[in-house]
Design a binder for this molecule. Structure first.
Ligand SMILES: [Zn+2]
Length: 128
């Protein structure tokens, strides 16, 4: 990782965190915001979401997803601080700059990420 590139990624990570926090605040801010968020998530989800229980589960799931994303942003900033940002955690190769621009919290290069997903039942993160 060329150190001259780091500030751009830090800016991107901070912007991502800010927009996520703004989204969380909006969802916590009132019934309308939360209902909109639930409707959007339901639109993207498969299956039936008819019951109040499902609505509640969805709200909890959103919080967990947000928390996981905030944690991954914090971890990426920590890697910037300790100098390991931009290196694959599996093979130690530099992660492609274009990949980091698309996904600044990426831990692995494309090759290792594919293997990781294949090894964990083919679970895919939402595409960005
Ligand atoms: Zn790798």
């Amino acid at each position: 990782m060329n150190p001259a590139l780091l500030p751009a990624f830090v800016t991107q990570l901070n912007a991502q965190r800010e927009s996520l926090l703004a989204q969380v605040r909006q969802q916590r801010g009132g019934d309308i915001g939360r209902a909109d968020a639930a409707a959007n998530a339901r639109h993207n989800a498969e299956g039936d979401w008819a019951s109040a229980d499902a609505q509640h589960d969805l709200a909890v799931a959103l919080e967990e997803r947000e928390l996981a994303e905030l944690n991954s942003i914090a971890a990426a900033l920590q890697r910037v601080a300790d100098g390991s940002y931009g290196r694959c955690t599996d093979c130690d190769a530099d992660i492609a700059e274009a990949r980091l621009h698309a996904a600044p919290t990426a831990l692995r290069c494309i090759g290792c990420q594919s293997q990781h997903e294949a090894a964990h039942g083919g679970v895919h993160a939402p595409s960005m």
